[in-house]
Ligand binder design. Structure first.
Ligand SMILES: [Zn+2]
Length: 245
């Protein structure tokens, strides 16, 4: 194979790998944000259920205070019942007593409901706290993965730099210019495999005489359509020459 073509194929591999590594690194802030959001959601869930539990406790205390007030009134009515003079006063006092007793019953029922609700909320606090703990562990693990990945990718990019520089200095200047111009116009991909008579990147069919030249891998040939530098790596019918249509 043409030595420059071999170098270009390797150069393209290095550049593609480095681009991919850089893109992955560039995605890291978004992935970190997603981890942060997950943690925040778990914290919010704990705060939310705790606030509900506190509100239920407040409601219960308020009802208990009301009950105590009504009970004081009820005791007073019962004392007054002994001192009433007329039947009418007696009936009216009984009515007051009954109303107060009903009020107490209603409020005690409500307190029971609140207590049951509080039990559920207490279980909810425990559950959301356990979920928060899991989220904290998973987010910490996720961050560690990202950091390790980033360090690995940066090291890989760093490692390829020397090889890349050596390749670039060895490639014919004219050939390198073709590579660089094409790479700039084609999102960094300047080398394409030709297979079964097609450019495998732009999928345009090559003229048979062009493909036959490419199959030899002896010279720098660009795709007529996308201008990428073509090489031949072999195919199922690698040994058979393409028929000249
Ligand atoms: Zn092409």
């Amino acid at each position: 194979m043409n030595a420059d073509l071999t170098r270009l194929i390797r150069l393209q591999q290095l550049e593609t790998a480095a681009d991919e590594a850089r893109r992955t690194i560039a995605d890291h802030p978004a992935r970190t944000q997603a981890l942060d959001a997950r943690l925040q959601a778990a914290r919010d869930a704990v705060a939310d259920v705790k606030a509900k539990l506190a509100a239920a406790s407040d409601k219960r205390r308020a009802e208990e205070k009301e009950v105590a007030g009504v009970q004081t009134r009820l005791a007073k009515y019962k004392d007054q019942l002994l001192e009433v003079k007329t039947n009418r006063e007696y009936t009216a006092m009984l009515h007051e007593i009954e109303t107060a007793q009903n009020d107490i019953r209603t409020r005690e029922d409500r307190i029971l409901e609140i207590m049951m609700e509080s039990d559920e909320l207490t279980a909810g606090v425990r559950k959301s706290e356990a979920e928060l703990k899991t989220a904290e562990q998973e987010v910490a693990a996720g961050r560690a993965v990202l950091e390790t990945e980033k360090a690995g990718l940066e090291a890989a990019i760093e490692r390829t730099t020397a090889e890349r520089e050596k390749l670039v200095s060895d490639i014919d200047r004219h050939v390198l210019a073709i590579f660089e111009t094409t790479a700039k116009g084609r999102k960094g991909v300047a080398v394409a495999e030709a297979r079964d008579g097609l450019c495998t990147i732009c999928h345009v069919r090559l003229r048979p005489q062009v493909f036959n030249e490419v199959r030899k891998n002896e010279s720098i040939i660009q795709c007529d359509s996308c201008r990428r530098i073509l090489y031949f790596a072999g195919s199922a019918e690698a040994s058979a020459p393409v028929s000249q249509l």
